[in-house]
Design a protein around this ligand. Sequence first.
Ligand code: BES
Ligand code: MN
Ligand code: ZN
Length: 498
Amino acid sequence: MEFTAIVDAKARHTAGCAVVGVYEEGDLGVAARQIDTQLAGSIGKLHAGGDFAGKLGDTLLLAEPAGAAAARVLLVGLGPRAGFGRKQYRKALQSTAQALGKTGAKDAVVYLALEAAADLDVYYRARAIAEVFCAQFYKIPDRKTGVKPKACRLSSVGVAAENARAAKAAGKGLKAGAAIGSGLALSRDLANLPPNICTPTYLGTRAQALAKDWPRIKTKVLDEIGIKALKMGAFLAVTQGSEQPPRLIVCEYRGAKKDAAPVCLIGKGITFDAGGISLKDPLAMDEMKFDMSGAASVLGTMRAIAELELPINLVVIIPTCENMPSGRAVKPSDIVTTMSGQTVEILNTDAEGRLILCDAITYSRRFNPAAVVDVATLTGACIIALGNHFSGLMSNNEALADALESAGLRADDRAWRLPVGEEYAEQLKSNFADIANIGGREGGACTAASYLWKFAKDLRWAHLDVAGTAWLGGSQKGSTGRPVPLLVDFLINRAHAK
Ligand code: BES
Ligand code: MN
Ligand code: ZN
């Protein structure tokens, strides 16, 4: 889908569908007012006749309305004008995308970015259009053999801006939104794949393909021998019960000077989490194919950053393997030595994410990173704490935590700060090794993060627990691609590239 910013006055004649906003009480938005004049007041009459009340998210399609320049006019309800902010704006855009997808229009001009919404500048208003449209038109790459439903025809979306200056800002926003959209789609595609296809080896080849597509990306994939050479004893313990060989994927993007400290993003890449010898309950075990969502999201972010050519250095590190039971699998009470030298007593083999991540965090030190952010579907406890709305955010650095939190707010991909540190690390004491890999039921998300905190030490580090946000279950089952929007916004801001 192509997005272009256009100066309002030019746009009005070319649309296959014009999308205009209407507030409640028949209060017409900027473009609706103008089009209403062309239509001899018929939009206003719709309110009086009780046909369209401007309720947030309601839509009404007018086909070939007499007097209009566009073949179709789509009215979108914006709710009460006074309460029109970020959330309402995005909700209106979602309904717009859904309604447009059902029309035959090949191109549309969206006038909604002309509306003033609290705290949102033109850049953001345009970016949100591309973000929301891309997300709405995403299709799961399923393996259904029946007749495929007709693809949506819409291929070109114009976004009207007030003047040339606004159009320039909108253009930048659309570019960022489309990049977030393609990063999100990559992330969702990978996470949605079945685990017999999306193996550690497969993730490695997809990371190599990224390097082929984008000249600024270089990918290195280590196999078991390479991982052994690094002495990643905790990572190796998780993979040892599996028939699928593990991989350590390292993807480097260079957009700034060679010596500029990079941001390291680490993604948990468990392509299937059966729990190992501490075998999981069969109920919803299938969803453990999504346990590589962290890995998928950092690859998606990498893609978006490459598309935007951001002037930063970025390193993506993915430890990836399966967590399976077998005669060779790691056992509860086994003790292993991590890459950092600290020993770990593995009391529960299902707490495997922290085992592969602690070695990846240690590995990240060789890049002298400006910041390290790990992304993981780490704990069921995080879902109990925050549900499916917020990702858990833990950090040893206030500035970094603030930057991630506000990125989540801007990108509508929110994270909520949770505590981490010594108090919780106390729960991880072992009589037999430096640290145990579980710390009891209380504060499970925080003890897991505090295990990682023990390895991050002096690094500027943050952890995103996306167990509740990376995918949806039930009839909506599928990857959400979160936290790609948060991460890309965070990096755009770091690069001052708005
Ligand atoms: N991948 C799971 C966490 C998870 C569970 C995410 C359910 C989403 C839904 C992780 O590896 C795990 O098994 N964690 C255990 C830790 C426990 C053994 C301390 C958990 O949360 O139950
Ligand atoms: Mn597990
Ligand atoms: Zn897991």
